[in-house]
Design a binder for this molecule. Structure first.
Ligand SMILES: [Zn+2]
Length: 185
């Protein structure tokens, strides 16, 4: 079995991809568990929702909990899909890695870096231990590839602050590096 990391900027349809993957596996008769770190409560408790309207119930992983404990009331899955995987802790990623080695496929979807261009802790660990890395690409408004989730307020890009500040289109925009450096939201 393998561990996969699908990363992309905000708005690159990661969640829609994750939900379609879940649907495909279930059509093949495989047991899938959808997980999401509890830190991201944008879509309400236990719901994974994509911008194009697809949504699905998910189990929430608390920051101080284990994956094993989170899924203990469910049958052993064939596949675990994690949305917003950048918010996993290092030990949760290591636990998922161990599950892959024990025969469960794990697919992580998430952001690689924050709005300052630095790796999230969870994404860093996934990059270190995953078998396969795939980028889900999307475009900056100028047409180049978007690589950073610019955070902005009052039309200006913010370059410093807390790493985590949950928000959607109203706070973040995916930009290429040049537009980000030039401060063009
Ligand atoms: Zn650009």
């Amino acid at each position: 079995m393998k561990m996969y990391f699908y990363y992309g900027v905000m708005g690159s349809s990661k969640t829609a991809n994750a939900l379609m993957k879940k649907f495909n596996f279930e059509e093949q008769g495989r047991k899938v568990i959808l997980l999401k770190p509890k830190i991201d409560t944008r879509d309400g408790e236990g719901i994974v929702k994509s911008r194009i309207g697809l949504f699905c119930k998910a189990l929430l992983i608390k920051e101080d909990d284990t994956i094993t404990n989170t899924i203990k009331d469910y049958d052993r899955p064939d596949v675990i899909i994690v949305d917003e995987a950048q918010f996993l802790t290092v030990s949760q990623v290591d636990e998922l890695r161990e599950m892959v080695d024990n025969g469960i496929m794990v697919m992580c979807y998430g952001l690689k870096t924050d709005y300052m261009g630095h790796l999230f802790e969870g994404s860093k660990r996934i990059l270190e231990v995953t078998d396969t890395i795939r980028e889900i690409q999307s475009m900056c408004k100028c047409g180049k590839k978007a690589i950073i989730n610019a955070r902005y307020s009052d039309g200006k890009i913010i370059y410093k602050g807390n790493q985590i500040d949950i928000g959607g289109n109203n706070k973040y925009r995916a930009l290429c590096h040049k537009c980000w450096v030039n401060g063009k939201v």
